[in-house]
Design a protein around this ligand. Structure first.
Ligand code: FAD
Length: 433
């Protein structure tokens, strides 16, 4: 099948609109309301942010990751890539367009696994961007390997009772509700014995013990919390999906989240390259512009080549999702997740270097881009675990062969060629003398 990432001219016009809108209307919010993206809107912020959201809605661009049944346009993954790579340039853009993590993934699993009552209670606020949510899975003793999870949910009459501690629950401090992964059947492997629960933030027993922030995060950033679930009681209907489906729910959420992060990271990397190129042309040292120095030219060329190959990998994964479904694109999504931290780290480092000392200060967004790469090598599972999973998936497509002589062993290939063509060519190999 031919790969086709093309989009119609009307959509190209939408992209032009988004590009100008993000640059002129949204990027100023980064300095107007720094770090306030996830704070509930107060009157002052609402006066500016609500009209911007309204303009996005009028363009038919609100929540572009969603299908029409949830109020989106059903753009599909390729078009979403082209939109998200623009939105990735600004920390406020995903709020203004209704695409912010982790709410996008949480909305998707609510839509897919939720009952009508659950959707009515939690989904509409999430989709309108009026409330925030938290996904609470990682535990203090480890996040990479769910087999170490100990948070339990035990059935007691028509209720579930949750006990345990979760770590790095992003946005817990501003969330209206939590999606909690807990063990419901400890006698079977964790992948079949965990379930997912919807827990309102004000449920007695849900305690935020501490909130930690990534280095460089703004003081208003809601951060990542250590949450204690202390005899937290929720009704039987609070289970999301079936009992035992916890990992199915979590995985379906994380797959979408990973490719969305990859799409946005294209925009982050492009912004760093733009900054690097502008600075290189503007700054003079030792007799010439930085842009004239071959080592700096190498920074710019390598960064562009890395971004180009990453962007094509993401677009290809998106095209596969659109044409064959998310499951068929597992290897491609895994490759994006593995490449993404490296991309942001290498381009971020070069951009800092070209800006000299100023590149390391809070005056420029470059250290955040660099640290974003480090963070995305952990969030949604560490790179190492993704490499292991991808390798396992790829190895399924291969058969073991003779342990002594691999199939490409030259003497064996000559013997095979002789068997096939020996009656017509002599000698084999037929090298001209
Ligand atoms: C910005 C950010 C946001 C996050 N948000 C959330 C959230 O909202 N909800 C939530 O539940 N969690 C969240 N997390 C947590 C994230 O899912 C975990 O950090 C991740 O799963 C790793 O778990 P850990 O930090 O406990 O590291 P550990 O499990 O202790 O792993 C430490 C290191 O071991 C190595 N390692 C792990 N597995 C392998 C392997 N198979 N082979 C070789 N080496 C390996 C890796 O280098 C890994 O980084 C977030 C993390 C970050 C950075």
């Amino acid at each position: 099948m031919a790969w086709d990432f093309s989009t119609e001219p009307e959509f190209e016009a939408k992209l032009d609109w988004i590009r100008a809108f993000v640059r002129e209307e949204v990027e100023p919010l980064e300095v107007l309301f720094p770090g306030c993206e996830y704070l509930p809107l107060n009157d002052q912020r609402r006066r500016i942010v609500d009209p911007l959201k309204q303009r996005v809605r009028e363009q038919g661009l609100w929540a572009p990751h969603l299908g029409p049944e949830l109020g989106g346009q059903g753009f599909g993954a390729v078009k979403l890539t082209l939109i998200n790579e623009i939105l990735g340039r600004s920390s406020w853009a995903s709020i203004v367009f209704g695409t912010q993590a982790p709410d996008t993934g949480n909305a998707e699993i609510l839509a897919r696994f939720g009952t009508e009552e659950q959707k009515e209670r939690y989904l509409s606020g999430l989709l309108s961007g009026e409330i925030f949510s938290c996904f609470s899975m990682t535990e203090p003793q480890g996040g990479s390997d769910p087999r170490v999870f100990t948070t339990r949910a035990v059935r007691d009459g028509d209720q579930w009772v949750l006990n345990g501690r979760k770590y790095f629950s992003s946005n817990a401090s501003v969330a209206s509700f939590f999606i909690v992964v807990a063990i419901t059947d400890p006698d079977v492997p964790v992948h079949a014995g965990a379930s997912t629960f919807l827990v309102p933030a004000d449920t007695p027993g849900l305690v935020i013990e501490a909130t930690h922030h990534l280095v460089g995060a703004h003081q208003h950033d809601p951060g990542h919390s250590l949450v204690r679930y202390d005899d937290v009681r929720v009704p039987a209907e609070a289970i999301l999906g079936e009992a035992g489906q916890g990992f199915l729910v979590a995985q379906s959420r994380l797959a979408g989240g990973r490719i969305h992060h990859a799409m946005r990271s294209i925009g982050v990397a492009q912004r760093a390259i733009d900054m690097m190129a502008r600075r290189a042309k503007s700054r003079f040292t030792q007799g010439s512009a930085l842009a004239d120095k071959q080592l700096v030219q190498s920074f710019i060329a390598e960064s562009y080549a890395e971004l180009l190959s990453f962007r094509l990998t993401v677009l290809h994964a998106a095209w596969l999702i659109d044409t064959a479904g998310e499951r068929a694109a597992r290897a491609e999504i895994g490759a994006c997740k593995i490449m993404l931290p490296q991309l942001l780290k290498s381009i971020g480092l070069r951009a800092i270097q070209v800006h000299g000392a100023m590149g390391l200060t809070e005056q420029l967004p470059l250290t955040n881009m660099l640290l974003g790469g480090v963070a995305l090598g952990l969030a949604d599972g560490p790179t190492e675990a993704h490499k292991v999973n991808l390798a396992r998936l790829l190895l399924k497509g291969y058969e073991a062969e003779d342990p002594e002589w691999p199939s490409e062993f030259l003497d064996n290939r000559i013997a095979a060629a002789r068997a096939k063509y020996g009656d017509r060519v002599d000698p084999i190999p037929a090298v001209p003398t």
